[in-house]
Design a protein around this ligand. Structure first.
Ligand code: UDX
Length: 430
């Protein structure tokens, strides 16, 4: 099937490359001239395991093409996925300006029937607005259907999440739209949730908000564990064995980040307010996450006693492992807090240092964990990269000015760290 994907970001580029790998003719559109030029040369705009190889294969086999011309994309496809950014406005609402731009351009160029599919995470009722926009700006008799097909991709496992989804959600309001999307997704063999557009939009916001709530819940339980002398990981293990709860997303730490959870929780709070419902539960989720980040920074401060003039070594900057994405990364809040208290910060991250450099200009970027430790007064773990799990602790101890590790992702075992001679502080564990 001929598909165009508008937006070559974390969602659109993966979506386009995966559809091409499934045998479809795909054209990815983006108005960022440099990004498109790089993609044509096989240069990826961000790190995502397996993406570079998938894109190069699609281009080599002439199933995947890139353009800055939305008209070209519309002319050459029957299904148009809108996968442009929906960043957070200062008010917390989702900024839908890019979505409206694309909808208007589609209306102006519509050469015949097209199915316009919302792939970006959008507040409920956006589909109605897209349909209204197309109807308003299209001067001819052609018709376009609108559908919602939210993504559930996680950065670091996005390709696997696309190819083996837990479910495919299709918000459709015509048989033609339903038949096109069912035919497109059937080869994946995943359960299809076929519903109306608003329900599909809400499935996405509610899913991300629920996952955020799960994380904030265990981070709040961690606060209690610390005061009660309990171990939050063992509490999570005990909870998670109940299939109604499940163990995943119950890892306490320095808080959640990324371009989805913080933004989607805010957007869901806002759209609910606009619809007349005060989503207090989600406000508590957001506040608990801010507390998780702040209390981790204060853990470091307390462990150092005096922060001013001290050097803090940070392992991990990206908002999670296996990505270079620094958007809303807890490391930003924690490092800015420590620098505000007069600390000097050194850091290493296997992928994110280039992204982090302009966000954290005062941080001294190092080439490995040992350079970070050299002369530092403590080591703080902020991202649970696998390569931090088995370090040469004897060497670290020699390099550090004092054997102090503050672990924001609970990747080390307290008893082992004690036996190795470290003062070890983690989250929710006595
Ligand atoms: C998320 C959703 O998982 C995905 O379904 C949606 O499509 C996009 O948003 P992503 O933001 O890529 O994916 O990362 P995810 O793995 O969900 O982690 C988000 C944040 O939560 C990270 O900062 C991570 O460190 C944190 N997290 C996750 C925890 O703090 N504890 C956990 O147990 C799990």
């Amino acid at each position: 099937m001929d598909i165009s994907v508008v937006g070559a970001g974390h969602v659109g580029l993966v979506t386009g490359a995966c559809f091409a790998d499934l045998g479809h003719e795909v054209i990815v559109v983006d108005n960022d001239v440099k990004r498109i030029a790089n993609l044509k040369k096989g240069i990826m705009p961000y790190y995502e395991p397996g993406l570079e190889e998938l894109v190069k294969r699609g281009v080599r086999e002439k199933r995947l093409a890139f353009t800055t011309s939305l008209k070209e994309g519309i002319d050459k496809s029957i299904i148009i996925f809108i996968a442009v950014g929906t960043p957070q406005k200062a008010t917390g609402e989702a900024d839908l300006a890019y979505v409206e731009d694309v909808a208007r351009s589609i209306a102006e160029h519509l050469p015949g029937y097209r199915l316009v599919v919302e792939k970006s995470t959008v507040p409920v009722q956006t589909g109605k607005w897209i349909a209204h926009t197309i109807k308003t700006y299209h001067r001819k008799k052609h018709i376009a259907d609108v559908a919602s097909n939210p993504e559930f991709l996680r950065e670091g496992t996005a390709i696997q999440d696309f190819m083996k989804p837990d479910r495919v959600v299709l918000g459709v309001e015509s048989k033609r739209a339903k038949d096109l999307l069912v035919a497109l997704y059937k080869p994946l063999g995943a359960p299809l949730v076929i519903t109306d557009i608003s329900s599909a939009e809400l499935i996405k916001h509610a899913s991300n908000s629920y996952l955020s709530m799960k994380i904030s819940f265990i981070n709040a339980v961690a606060q209690v564990c610390e005061r009660a002398g309990a171990d939050v990981q063992q509490v999570a293990d005990g909870m998670g064995l109940d299939p109604r709860i499940g163990r995943s997303f119950l890892n306490a730490g320095a808080g959640y980040g990324g371009f989805c959870f913080p933004k989607d929780v805010e957007a869901f709070i806002k759209i609910s307010e606009q619809l007349g419902y005060d989503f207090e539960l989600l406000k508590a989720v957001r506040n608990a996450n801010e507390l998780a980040k702040r209390s981790f920074a204060q853990k470091i401060q307390k462990a150092l006693w005096v922060v001013r003039g001290k050097t803090v070594g940070v392992l991990g900057l990206a908002f999670k492992p296996n990505t270079d994405d620094m958007r809303y990364a807890p490391a930003i809040d924690v490092i800015e807090y420590l620098e505000g208290e007069g600390a000097t910060v050194k850091a290493f991250d296997p992928q994110a240092m280039k992204e982090a450099a302009h966000l954290l200009p005062k941080v001294k970027m190092c080439q490995d964990p040992y350079e970070v430790a050299r002369g530092a007064d403590c080591l703080a773990v902020l991202t649970e990269w696998n390569e931090f799990k088995e370090l040469d602790f004897a060497r670290l101890k020699k390099l550090l000015r004092q054997p102090l590790i503050v672990d924001g992702r609970n990747i080390y075992d307290p008893a082992r760290m004690k036996a190795l001679g470290f003062r070890y502080i983690s989250v929710g564990r006595a």
